[in-house]
Design a protein around this ligand. Structure first.
Ligand code: C5P
Length: 314
């Protein structure tokens, strides 16, 4: 029996700008993505039968073909017909540590780990670029989740340019367990409210991309300047998600009032985070947040910036 165990890192967005429409129904984005040490453990194990099975004990994670991890395996099985008959099917076990439906790319990271794990289990010999191309068919964040680290993501989010790694920053993340945001809803609502601000065409997108690439956030990352990174945190989707989720808006206000280098909502939310300079500061800030908002519905985590996306651990 063969088995591979992988860690799939969560991501946060340090920057997210919606720049316009694309012909394919998605939005043209400019994002700065950052992997963090909060990670799920994903195990892929060969099974004798020609089948894909998902095991997960988290009540909110589906175990059927709607799970992106299942779809990652199905995509490879379809792309390489006969591989399961030759080498066996797969049982995928998801050990969740990343909050679900949180804007932290937990589902995308699980799919990324399945692609990397099955490439080994099924001896496919795919390159990272090939895995990322396949990942882009599953979701916009999957290509980033494979390699991880720090990167500018453009297009739908699947076009990646690596940035210098930032490894000395830590963070506190917080999310109410009962709060969820639908990503399609966030983008549709953004469009309904802000379409007049959209850039018209690819020439406009390209000009904006080069402005961001030579702009203050990328300079702050290149200079490893945590204070400046904190000042440049930005997310367009806050404009629609926070007004519709007053509890999360209040959480962001409270978290920001407790100190740190800067506070932002990640992705389409509802997780919010504050950057800090050390693990001790992260733990102290997490304690202050729990004291300020003593609510059993509030989940609080600490993490550090990480250079890893999917990592083989066994
Ligand atoms: O690619 P992914 O499955 O993560 O996207 C989820 C949803 O978010 C899409 O169905 C779409 O509604 C929205 N989205 C978008 N533009 C992007 C990425 C996501 O409109 N670039």
């Amino acid at each position: 029996m063969r088995l591979y165990s992988l860690l799939a890192a969560a991501k946060i967005n340090l920057y997210l700008e919606v720049v316009g429409h694309r012909g394919d129904g998605f939005h043209e984005l400019i994002m700065v993505m950052q992997s963090i040490s909060l990670a799920d453990r994903v195990t892929v194990r060969s099974i004798g039968v020609d089948d894909i099975r998902v095991r997960c004990d988290h009540p909110l994670v589906p175990r059927d073909e709607t799970n992106l991890a299942y779809r990652a395996a199905a995509l490879l099985a379809q792309r390489f017909p006969g591989v399961m008959a030759k080498l066996g099917g797969v049982e995928i076990t998801l050990e969740k540590h990343i909050p679900v439906g949180a804007g932290l790319a937990g589902g995308s990271g699980n799919a990324a780990a399945v692609l990397v794990g099955l490439d080994m289990l099924w001896q496919l010999g795919l390159t990272q670029a090939e895995l990322q191309d396949l990942g882009a068919r599953l979701g916009s964040d999957v290509p980033f989740c494979i390699g991880g680290g720090t990167a500018i993501a453009t297009g739908r989010g699947e076009q990646l340019d690596a940035l210098p790694g930032v490894d000395h920053l830590y963070l506190v993340l917080a999310k109410y367990e009962s709060e969820f945001v639908s990503t399609p809803w966030a983008y549709t609502t953004y469009r309904a409210n802000f379409e007049p601000t959209y850039l018209a065409d690819e020439a406009g997108f390209a000009a904006r991309r080069s402005q961001v690439k030579s702009g203050a956030m990328v300079a702050a990352i290149a200079g490893q300047d945590g204070v400046a990174i904190g000042q440049q945190l930005y997310n367009d989707l806050e404009k629609v998600v926070l007004p519709a989720h007053p509890k999360t808006a209040q959480l962001k206000t409270t978290l920001a009032s407790l100190g740190g280098l800067g506070t932002l909502m990640s992705g389409s939310g509802p997780t919010v985070f504050t950057l800090v300079g050390s693990q001790a500061e992260a733990e102290a800030l997490a304690q202050r947040l729990k004291a300020a908002l003593p609510d059993p519905d509030l989940g609080v985590w600490t993490a550090r910036f990480s250079s890893a996306g999917v990592q083989l651990v066994g």
